[in-house]
Ligand binder design. Structure first.
Ligand SMILES: Nc1ncnc2c1ncn2[C@@H]1O[C@H](COP(=O)(O)OP(=O)(O)OP(=O)(O)O)[C@@H](O)[C@H]1O
Ligand SMILES: [Mg+2]
Length: 277
């Protein structure tokens, strides 16, 4: 049986003023899976993903923990002393691309190696030939090698997101946590980014957990979907089962928000159901 890439147990998160953003969430993601995380705005997707990357700590409950790549990154709401090291195995991609606009793309991607080199050297941007080759190979992989020397700020949104993915490759991440990576992109750039995540998952065995506003992409790219509502997992299973009817049942009026604007309900239905229709 494959090892767990990510294991959360009994994770609750209460923010200031007593607001409960996560309510006793448990989740098991195996190595090599690609899993979609869906839910309306405010349902807790980012909060959940930030627990996995150790950016925030859960409530201090006795049975609560988060394991990443077999190591406990948080235990009973306290961050492990090894969190930084564990986090280096996790690549993070966000809706806002988080590139340094004034640096060229190659340098942005090379910052993925900073966790592994002496601080001074990193600060001065002295990268070895080997590191540069690695970064160029990563840019090639995501299809933006010709842009290597352009400033980050001059890339299109889709290209910036691909550079962000290349940075996680250079980092050597085996787990990718992508928080709405396509929310700011047009459909063609969105597909390209999702194609790359799928390729890394299928061909490199990288585990991917990707939060998505549009269910259509979950259906197309991820065999498994986890659905959140008000901080609780309300569905965890095959994406195929997420018919519009089921989604309205789960989300009520909010379900419309989960589809692409203008998307026909039938277009979001799983292929097998359409075939039967
Ligand atoms: N630092 C914080 N302090 C207080 N409340 C917070 C904090 N971070 C998130 N929340 C609240 O927790 C809830 C879940 O937020 P979260 O960002 O996880 O939702 P989301 O599903 O990612 O939404 P979106 O689709 O809009 O990105 C929201 O109601 C949000 O306002
Ligand atoms: Mg979010």
């Amino acid at each position: 049986m494959p090892d767990a890439a990510v294991e959360l147990r009994h994770v609750s998160k209460t923010f200031d003023h007593g607001f409960k953003a996560l309510k006793d969430v448990s989740l098991h993601v195996e190595e090599g899976e690609i899993v979609a995380l869906i839910g309306a705005s405010g349902s807790g997707k980012s909060t959940l993903l930030r627990h996995i990357s150790g950016l925030i700590c859960a409530d201090r409950q006795s049975q609560s923990f988060v394991d990443v790549a077999g190591q406990r990154i948080q235990d009973r709401g306290r961050l492990s002393g090894e969190a930084r090291k564990i986090r280096s195995k996790v690549g993070m991609i966000f809706q806002q691309f988080n590139l340094v606009g004034r640096l060229n793309v190659l340098t942005n991607v090379l910052t993925g190696t900073l966790g592994q080199m002496p601080r001074l050297r990193g600060t001065f941007g002295w990268f070895s030939t080997g590191q540069r080759q690695l970064a160029m190979a990563a840019l090639q992989r995501v299809g933006i090698a010709p842009q290597a020397l352009n400033r980050g700020a001059n890339l299109s949104g889709g290209q910036q997101q691909r550079a962000a993915i290349a940075r996680t490759l250079v980092q050597g991440a085996r787990i990718l946590i992508a928080d709405e990576p396509i929310a700011s992109l047009d459909p063609s750039a969105a597909r390209k980014v999702m194609d790359i995540l799928q390729d890394l998952n299928r061909n490199d065995g990288i585990t991917v957990i990707v939060s998505l506003h549009q269910v259509e992409y979950a259906l197309k790219y991820c065999p498994r979907t986890v659905a959140l509502r008000d901080g609780e997992i309300v569905y965890d299973g095959p994406s195929d089962a997420l018919t519009p009817d089921f989604l309205s049942e789960l989300y009520g009026a909010e379900s419309e928000e989960l589809f692409l604007p203008g998307l026909e309900a039938s277009a979001a239905r799983p292929a097998q159901e359409k075939a039967a229709a």
